[in-house]
Every structure is written in structure tokens, then in C-alpha cells.
Ligand binder design. Structure first.
Ligand code: GDP
Ligand code: MG
Length: 598
């Protein structure tokens, strides 16, 4: 029967170790994509992915591989992102597979996300096939890395494929290993349908397109299906696979990975992790699904044009179908009007969400500075969760404030242990442990406030280790800290969207830094604007943005018409990203000024 010729696997690795390039070679060698249509990192098909050179979304493709045993196998390959902010994409991909191809860079060796991904694959009991990639690099040391995979990860790497995804070395050998080592899926073809929704996307014409792994039964066009979580029922309009372009199929059966459309227009019916079953003969139990991701940071998202609030809501709902880690709820700001408080897994995730909203949904947004969730223990004995600094209760009502801590794992060459520890200490880290992996690499663990790690810690870590350190972290617990809320006043008015929380030791310095920064960012107007930073009623810093000395528009009128048009155009475009806060125009940049530390 057909099932024994199916293989489902994900490609996982630390960022930049060559997952997407390896996927390219596999697509090529199996003639899935014609040579002339081939381009680098073909599966990174989002503009944003190509521009940034990173994978953001999981991507599942089907390909046919004629093996040395003479049989043709149906492979479902899922390429995954490597960045920690997108690890939810990885864990969902793995749940659709029996195997994981673990790519390790032959020069860099095992990195923090290599380990994190291995743990995810082990959680799902997947067969792990190590691949040591980039053996073409002069600095490659495959045998050292092979040993590292065994010592650090604890899996057998004696058969690890030595590959160069760039030069196409080792690809055939890997495909043969996939045939022989990754188990074929099982699952009763005659049982009631159970298919796991591991991703989805909204299509204006077809409605919601569900990416599924069928675990039991079959599904075909015309079938009545039911989404077990929401209870809603639909008739299947199309099933198929991506190869990499969508190809219609007569049916999908247990063991296969593909897509289902059913004219699902009500977006709120669909949730990643839900089980699709037959409406007439439903399965008794849903598949386990996924645990929800707890956002790490929250930020306000506001349309620059208040009239676009409804559009923003719709865009967020649609984007959530394709970004299961995104969370949002309505929020109002005195300064910015109606918007949403959105939860993200990290700064890169936040950046990507904002970009996708603007590009895919044609919106102009103001994003406020991200914040972690604080727990304020109040004098009346209750606890308040504070996702937005401006909502921190008055000092007199607070007994103490707790903030989230993470356990951070940093892998670094031992030459840089000093600078790494210094950096962690400076960011209020508490040393946990340190372990020498081999003669030249160290694994350092720290307990650190999430707020200190989430913003620019990674950049600082990279610059203090010449790019060699890698980082992974997971939420640990809440701990009490001496924190204060700092308010920013423009022209005497408190601007809620600029409030932030700081450790008391840094409060005055940060207040000063931010006020200085804002002075440089907020354009002069025809009156003087005082800027102040305050803790409660106490002003800790004050300065002024001076008024225009001359009327700028007068200058424009004297210029040549071409230049004048350009200037006006520039002013207009600049304005699009401004919000009038009271009488002051505040550009987007100002809301992010809070993020700049030392
Ligand atoms: P991913 O983040 O794991 O998907 O990595 P990519 O496939 O995007 O590759 C990251 C970078 O490594 C790109 O510049 C690739 O060209 C490069 N790369 C990938 N495989 C190899 C290889 O085998 N040898 C060399 N020298 N470079 C490679
Ligand atoms: Mg990639």
C-alpha cells in the first residue's frame, strides 16, 4: 500500500546553518523545480524573507524521490525558521512529521538553537538525522562537529551525512537516509478523519486555506467536515499539496501533509492546532493540538489614521491565521486613540508583524515601545497584571512589583567568557552555571530579567563576542525588583504611550537619555515645547524644544518649484508617520526612543 512510501520530515537548525539552501538542493535533485525556475532559498517566498535572508514561516512541500531501491517515495518536506522568535513554527512543523533533519554548520558546530530544536524534536519522538553542512568551508571541521553532536546533544552521529548544500554534496546520501531511517507514517485509512491543522492562511478567493497533516482516515472534495474546536461545519472544495505551487489532488489520506479549502470565510472559526474531522462520522477525540504560546513582549499598534481602526482589526485577524503566535486585544490611548495591544514572541516577531500588516494589508502604523508583563502587588492584597506601563497603578497603591525572569543559555568560545559574563552582570543577570563543552566552547547559563534580554541584548552579545556567541532563553518565573514607572510629559501633558518601567538604579539616567533623544526627534514647531520626565509627581529631568526661528514654509516659497514640490512631498510623507499628541506632532521614532539603553 501507498503509506509505506511516504516520508514526512522537517529541516531544523540554528539560524544560517543552511536549512533553506539544503531544501533548494533537495527540490533540485528530485526535479521538483525545473533548473530554470530555481533560485536561492526558493521556499523563502515571502518578500520579507528574501529581503532579510531569513526564514520566517514554515513551508511544506511535496516531492517525489526515486530511491536506489527502485521505488518512488512521496516526501513531505517542511523547511522551518531558525530564529528563537519563530520557534512556534518549528514545533508545529515537527508535530506533522516522523523525522527531523538536523543541520549543523561544520564550522560553527552546535549552537543554542541547535539544542533547542533537538529538544523539540525529541519531545515529539522524532527520528533525528544529523547533517553536517558547509563542509566546503575552509574553516570546516566536520569530525570535531560530529563529536560535538554526540557529546553535547547526545545522539549518535556516526552516520551523519557530510554535506555542502551550496555545492550539492551529500544530498543523495541524505535522501537515502530519509528513506531508510525515517519511519513511514501509519494511521488507519478507514477510521473517521482526523487531520491536524498546523498552519493556515487567508486567501481572498478561496477563504481560509488549512495546512494539515492527516493522521487518520481520508478527505476529499465534497466531504462535509467539522472543525472540532469551533464546532463549525463546511463542505470541502479542494484538497491538494504544495510542490511548491499548489497542486489539486483527488484526496488526502492518513500519513499525508497537504491543504484543505472549504470556503471558510469566518476567520474566527479556524485555529491552528484544531482537528478536522468528518461531519457525518466525527472522531471521538480531537488530536492533542498545540500548547498556546505565551507572548514575551507587548506593544501598542495604532493606525496613523484613526479611521483605519476597523481595517487594522480585520488585518490582525487575518494575519493571525498565518501567525499563530500573534495575540491582540483592543486598547485605547489618550495620546494615540483607538488601537490594539499586541503580544509577540520577541522583537523580531514584532518587527515582522508590523511589516506584514503594512505590506500585506496596506496600513500605516504607529508602534509603541514594547514592554514585558509586570505583576504589581497592591496594598489591598490583589495583584494586577500590567502589560502597558501607563497602566501601572500609583506608587501609593503598590506594595511591590515583580517582573518576568528567563533562563538564558549562551554558547560561546571560551575566549569570550569574560565579556559575556560582564554583559550579563550589567543586565542584572544572576549566574547559574557554566559548562565546558570541549576544549574551546563553553555553555553559560544566567537567570536574567526578560526586560533586559529582549531588546538589544542579542546585538550586544554578538558585538562582544565577534559574532560567535549564540543565545536561547525560556521564561522562568517572576521575581520582585525595585522598579519604577517613568512618565514623559510634552508641553505639560503626560503622553501615556511614552511611559516606561525602569529599574530604580537606572531611572534618572534613562529619563535623561530619553528626554535628550526626544528633543532630537520631535520636530520644532512655532512654539516652545517643554519635555519632562517624571516619577509620580516628581519631575526628574526637564528640557525644551525651542520654537522655529523662521517660518520654514517661507523658505519653501523662495525655492525653485521642483525643489519646493519635493520638500512638500517629503513633509507630507513624514506626516503620515506622525501622530498629533495634543498640540505636538510626534513621529513614530519617538515611541521607540524608550528602547535605547546604554
Ligand atoms: P538557514 O537560515 O538555515 O535557512 O540558512 P540558509 O539556507 O538561508 O543559508 C545561510 C547562508 O549559508 C547562506 O548565505 C547560504 O548561501 C550559506 N550556505 C548554506 N549552505 C552552505 C554550504 O554548504 N556551504 C557554504 N559555504 N555556504 C552555505
Ligand atoms: Mg531558512
Amino acid at each position: 500500500e501507498h503509506q509505506q512510501y511516504i516520508r514526512n520530515f522537517s529541516i531544523v537548525a540554528h539560524i544560517d546553518h543552511g536549512k533553506s539552501t539544503l531544501a533548494d538542493r533537495i527540490l533540485e535533485l528530485t526535479d521538483t523545480v525545473a533548473k530554470r525556475d530555481m533560485q536561492d532559498q526558493l521556499l523563502d517566498n515571502m518578500d520579507l524573507e528574501r529581503e532579510r535572508g531569513i526564514t520566517i514561516k514554515l513551508n511544506a512541500v511535496e516531492l517525489q524521490y526515486k530511491a536506489e531501491d527502485g521505488h518512488t517515495y512521496e516526501f513531505h518536506l517542511i523547511d522551518t525558521p531558525g530564529h528563537v522568535d519563530f520557534s512556534y513554527e518549528v514545533s508545529r512543523s515537527l508535530a506533522a512529521c516522523e523525522g527531523a533533519v538536523l543541520v549543523v554548520d561544520a564550522a560553527q558546530g552546535v549552537e543554542a538553537q541547535t539544542l533547542a530544536n533537538v529538544y523539540l524534536a525529541l519531545d515529539d519522538d522524532l527520528e533525528i538525522l544529523p547533517v553536517i553542512n558547509k563542509i566546503d568551508l575552509p574553516s570546516a571541521d566536520p569530525e570535531r562537529v560530529r563529536k560535538e553532536v554526540e557529546d553535547v546533544i547526545g545522539i549518535d552521529a556516526s552516520d551523519a551525512v557530510l554535506a555542502s548544500a551550496k555545492q550539492g554534496i551529500g544530498i543523495q546520501e541524505l535522501l537515502e537516509q530519509i528513506v531508510h531511517k525515517v519511519p513511514a507514517p501509519d494511521g488507519d485509512l478507514t477510521a473517521p478523519l482526523r487531520a491536524l491543522v498546523f498552519d493556515s492562511i487567508y486567501d481572498d478567493y478561496r477563504g481560509v486555506v488549512l495546512s494539515v497533516r492527516v493522521f487518520e482516515g481520508t478527505v476529499k472534495p465534497g466531504d462535509k467536515i467539522k472543525l472540532m474546536n469551533s464546532g463549525s461545519e463546511y463542505e470541502v472544495t479542494e484538497v491538494g499539496v504544495n510542490s511548491p505551487d499548489p497542486i489539486k489532488r483527488d484526496m488526502l489520506m492518513a500519513g499525508e501533509v497537504g491543504y484543505i479549502t472549504a470556503s471558510i470565510k469566518d476567520i474566527t472559526d479556524t485555529r491552528v492546532g484544531d482537528t478536522v474531522t468528518g461531519a457525518a462520522d466525527p472522531a471521538k477525540e480531537a488530536l492533542p493540538g498545540y500548547r498556546e504560546m505565551a507572548p514575551m513582549v507587548y506593544a501598542g499598534l495604532y493606525p496613523t489614521d484613526n479611521a483605519k481602526y476597523g481595517d487594522l482589526r480585520e488585518a490582525l485577524e487575518k494575519l493571525k491565521l498565518n501567525d499563530a503566535a500573534l495575540e491582540f486585544e483592543p486598547e485605547t490611548s489618550q495620546a494615540l486613540g483607538f488601537g490594539f495591544r499586541a503580544g509577540f514572541l520577541g522583537m523580531l516577531h514584532m518587527d515582522v508583524v508590523q511589516e506584514r500588516l503594512e505590506r500585506e494589508f496596506n496600513l500605516d502604523l504607529i508602534t509603541t515601545a514594547p514592554s514585558v508583563t509586570y505583576h504589581a502587588n497592591l496594598t489591598d492584597g490583589t495583584q494586577k497584571e500590567v502589560e502597558n506601563p501607563s497602566e501601572m497603578p500609583e506608587v501609593s497603591e503598590i506594595r511591590n512589583i515583580e517582573e518576568p525572569y528567563v533562563k538564558a543559555t549562551i554558547m560561546t568560545p571560551n575566549d569570550y567568557v569574560g565579556p559575556v559574563m560582564e554583559l550579563c552582570q550589567r543586565r542584572r543577570g544572576q549566574f547559574i552555571t557554566m559548562e565546558y563543552l570541549d576544549d574551546y566552547r563553553v555553555n553559560v547559563e544566567y537567570e536574567m530579567p526578560l526586560s533586559e534580554i529582549i531588546f538589544d541584548f542579542f546585538d550586544k552579545l554578538k558585538s562582544s563576542t565577534k559574532g560567535y556567541a549564540s543565545l536561547d532563553y525560556e521564561l522562568d518565573d517572576y521575581q520582585q525588583s525595585d522598579l519604577v514607572k517613568i512618565d514623559i510629559l510634552l508641553n505639560g501633558d503626560k503622553v501615556d504611550a511614552l511611559s516606561f518601567i525602569s529599574h530604580r538604579t537606572f531611572a534618572e539616567k534613562r529619563g535623561r537619555d530619553i528626554v535628550t533623544k526626544l528633543k532630537g526627534i520631535i520636530p520644532r514647531q512655532n512654539f516652545e515645547i517643554p519635555i519632562q520626565a517624571a516619577i509620580g509627581a516628581k519631575i526628574i529631568v526637564r528640557t525644551n524644544i525651542r520654537a522655529y526661528r523662521k517660518d520654514v514654509t517661507a523658505k519653501i516659497h523662495t525655492g525653485d518649484p521642483d525643489r519646493r514640490a519635493k520638500l512638500l512631498d517629503k513633509q507630507r510623507r513624514g506626516k503620515e508617520r506622525m501622530k498629533s499628541v495634543g498640540t505636538v506632532d510626534v513621529p513614530q521614532e519617538a515611541f521607540m526612543a524608550v528602547l535605547q539603553t546604554d
